[in-house]
Design a protein around this ligand. Structure first.
Ligand SMILES: [Zn+2]
Length: 432
């Protein structure tokens, strides 16, 4: 699928408008940060969607607000209504032309401790916008909106349909967000390309992610009085050998498995496992009674490589857990599967990848670096549910600052990404 080259005069006007909008882009990012869409639990989605939708409508987009059904939302979220917003700029041409979709998630993770600045002030200082979501990914939403805006200000007439969406719950799986929009047909199957402005940096395009296998291992013991532990079976000490085996055997073995896919940072080119949590005994603060605990559990997050495959990973986990249980009579483990996501890869030479390559060349004057993500994001829902495999992530920010204290996004990053996204959109849709 060939790109539509952008005439040099129009390209210069687009890049000039991106530079001229520098302060507006930063201010828009700051305004989004000041609506704290913290998830979990999922606060202020409607305020954020209303603000973003209002700006899209003012820029000429036809705007739809979508309230996802309760069954797509996390349990107990009635007090935290989810909302998605989609803006559509219909093609002015007869045959419709192509359809390009830019998608950003509205939610941010909780701020956590360690900030030296107010995480929800959205302050512009020292050449950056500061706050939770500056990089992941309110900066990306600002860049996608201003990509459309600078095309308009540059006088570009698009030869296709441009859609921009802001969606819920990416940070917790995206079921009420992109997955629901795809299931309900609100992401058109004839979409030609999707760009998600996640914060990989203005010089990088992300063409896929590793797989995820989340599981819980429960050790079953036998309750007894703590003064006579020999009458019961202690589930916590039964779980300990498995924890130790993960640390001393699984971790180094997985680190030695490397993928040919260019996952960043380098450590994530290996398979990994993280023990997310352990629980056992009587939960909560306060006085404990003397008990031999009959239940202990760990939750582990296994990230796997395309070369491994989900079935092999599932079988390997089952075998290793069973082997560890079998080392001592009476030791019993159960596995509960929590989440399984296959890796995704954008087809080589896809329209979205080539459009971003074109945009980065024009806006930054460099060749884009192709990378893959250590973690999963909404790409999978576009590829698997909406049936649009031609999807990449490209957006402003500093990946290493995502979910960390003092998150910020350099304004230069916002301007460069806005210019590159505008050129990419023009090259996909055609612009005169
Ligand atoms: Zn993100």
């Amino acid at each position: 699928m060939p790109l539509h080259p952008v005439a040099s005069g129009l390209e210069a006007r687009i890049l000039h408008q991106a530079e001229a909008a520098r302060d507006e882009i930063a201010a828009f990012c700051g305004e989004l940060i000041r609506i704290p869409t913290v998830n979990p639990p999922g606060e202020n989605y409607r305020d954020c969607a209303a603000f973003f939708g209002g700006r899209l409508a003012a820029a000429g987009f036809e705007v739809t607000f979508d309230d996802p059904p309760a069954e797509t939302c996390p349990p107990g979220s009635a007090a935290y209504p989810r909302q998605n917003v989609i803006g559509r700029l219909e093609s002015p041409v007869q045959d419709g032309g192509r359809r390009l979709h830019l998608n950003g998630h509205l939610d941010v993770v909780p701020p956590g401790a360690g900030w030296t600045t107010d995480p929800f002030a959205g302050e512009v200082r020292d050449g950056s916008v500061w706050g939770r979501g500056a990089s992941d990914m309110k900066g990306g939403i600002a860049a996608s909106f201003f990509a459309a805006e600078v095309l308009r200000r540059a006088g570009a007439r698009l030869g296709g349909t441009l859609e921009i969406s802001g969606t819920a719950d990416e940070e917790t799986g995206g079921h009420a967000g992109v997955a629901w929009l795809a299931e309900s047909g609100q992401i058109a199957r004839d979409t030609d390309a999707v760009i998600i402005p996640e914060p990989f940096g203005s010089h990088r395009v992300c063409v896929g992610h590793r797989g995820v296998y989340w599981f819980r291992v429960v050790a079953d013991g036998e309750v007894a009085h703590g003064s006579m532990p020999f009458l019961g079976r202690n589930a916590i000490t039964d779980l300990a050998p498995l924890l130790e085996e993960i640390r001393t055997e699984w971790v180094p073995e997985l680190a030695a498995r490397r993928t040919a896919v260019p996952v960043i940072p380098d450590g994530a080119r290996s398979a990994t496992i993280n023990v997310n949590s352990i629980r056992g005994g009587q939960a909560g603060a306060g006085t404990e009674s003397p008990q031999v605990p009959d239940r202990a559990e760990l939750v582990a997050d296994r990230r796997f490589l395309p070369e491994e495959g989900l079935e092999a990973v599932r079988a390997e986990v089952a075998r290793r857990v069973a082997d560890c249980a079998g080392q001592e009579p009476g030791r019993r483990y159960r596995i509960e599967e929590l989440l399984a996501v296959e890796p995704v890869q954008t087809p080589p030479g896809s329209l979205a990848t080539e459009a971003v390559r074109y945009g980065v060349r024009g806006a930054l004057g460099v060749e884009v670096e192709e990378v893959a993500s250590p973690g999963t994001y909404d790409h999978k829902h576009f590829a698997r549910i909406a049936g649009v495999p031609d999807c990449v992530a490209y957006g402003p920010g500093i990946l290493e600052l995502a979910h960390r204290p003092d998150e910020h996004c350099p304004v230069d990053e916002l301007v460069r990404s806005t210019g590159a996204l505008a050129l990419a959109a023009a090259a996909v849709l055609g612009a005169s």
